[in-house]
Design a protein around this ligand. Structure first.
Ligand code: A2P
Length: 334
């Protein structure tokens, strides 16, 4: 740790995203003067490694934030609702990974490569990190939007179990082991067996038949892009992949599209690269982006249904760019 730097608190430090936040802070040489690790009372007594030191985990309480400059929250929506306002009241800027504050008009919802200027005004002391599938989709889509003018999207996601936290990973692992051993399969996290299966149900159903996760693409996408007219029809699917979400996107634009120009625009944008060569069977898979920062785009082609449409496949590590890295990048622009 450095004497010149910020006092950083991580709420939910023991979780899948919390641990990744620590890795991102370390790998990106974030100037951390002091690190406070917070989780539930169950984790008191544990330590987590950071820059060669073992840092003790403390219980998250409303008094945890004295002297904290930036509090990174990743402990679920209920915990954020309960504790993030206390952190902000104590003077910390909160960067919240949950959905608790995302649609609050006084809370900026930020992808640093897309709408960094939105952090200029933080009236509640809280900045929200968008939904992971929305972040990864917009990483591929934003360069195309800037060039061709986005109108609407139709998308299907293929979402990894680590999107459900450490317990999602444990459920896939234990089900695979049970099946291989010929034992009965227990389901706790998902409504159906996830091992050797796919489940078209992520988050709870809304009255319109879409799930809340599916509606986030339209609701959060509009706010991030400042594009209130954009419509998104999405099917979110959980797949037996440990890490990295993939999204098949068909987007329609207001101006004529060109595939070669689309490739150039994506490659020129930060945090996203084209990986697309049919001759070599080259396109991104979840294994290609896992534990990597950049999102990858492949299978770029003209949509055959709409006039100004493009279809593409975008993949990104949702624990990293979809959550921890995006939060740390927001802290960097602060
Ligand atoms: P703990 O490990 O003590 O349960 P994941 O999404 O990977 O399951 O991680 C959830 C994170 O949120 C963990 O760090 C977990 O801590 C933390 N957490 C969950 N509920 C609470 C709570 N009520 N108070 C503080 N931290 C919580």
């Amino acid at each position: 740790m450095t004497t010149q730097g910020k006092h950083i608190a991580v709420a939910g430090a023991t979780g899948a995203v919390g641990r990744e936040i620590l890795a991102c802070l370390e790998q990106r040489n974030f100037p951390v003067a002091k690190l406070t690790l917070l989780a539930s009372a169950r984790s008191v007594g544990k330590t987590l490694p950071f820059r060669g030191e073992e840092i003790p985990v403390q219980e998250l309480t409303k008094d945890s934030f004295a002297g904290v400059d930036i509090a990174l929250f990743s402990a679920g929506g209920g915990t954020s609702k309960e504790f993030a306002p206390a952190a902000a009241a104590a003077g910390a800027i909160v960067i919240d990974n949950s959905s608790a504050f995302r649609m609050d008009p006084e809370v900026p919802l930020v992808i640093p490569e897309v709408n960094p200027a939105d952090v200029r005004s933080i009236p509640k002391g809280i900045i929200a990190n968008p939904n992971c599938t929305t972040i990864i989709t917009l990483m591929g889509l934003t360069p195309l939007h800037r060039e061709f003018g986005l109108r609407n999207i139709i998308a299907s996601s293929y979402q990894a179990v680590s999107g459900s936290g450490a317990q999602g990973i444990a459920e896939l692992e234990s089900q695979v082991q049970a099946i291989v051993a010929g034992q009965p399969v227990a389901t706790n996290v998902y409504p159906h067996q996830i091992a050797f299966n796919v489940i078209p149900h992520v988050d709870v159903f809304e009255a319109n038949g879409y799930t809340r996760e599916e509606m986030k693409m339209q609701n959060e996408g509009r706010k991030i892009l400042h594009l209130d007219t954009m419509r998104a029809s999405v099917t979110c699917v959980r797949v037996p992949v440990y890490r990295s979400h993939s999204v098949a996107v068909t987007a329609t634009f207001s101006r004529p599209v060109d595939v070669e120009r689309a490739r150039q625009c994506i490659d020129a944008a930060p945090g996203v690269r084209v990986c697309d060569d049919r001759e070599k069977a080259l396109y991104p898979t979840p294994l290609d982006t896992s534990e990597k920062d950049d999102c990858l785009v492949g299978r770029i082609r003209r949509d055959l249904v709409s006039d100004n449409g493009l279809t593409f496949w975008v993949v990104g590590d949702q624990v990293r760019k979809g959550a921890a890295l995006n939060a740390v990048q927001i802290a960097e622009i602060l």
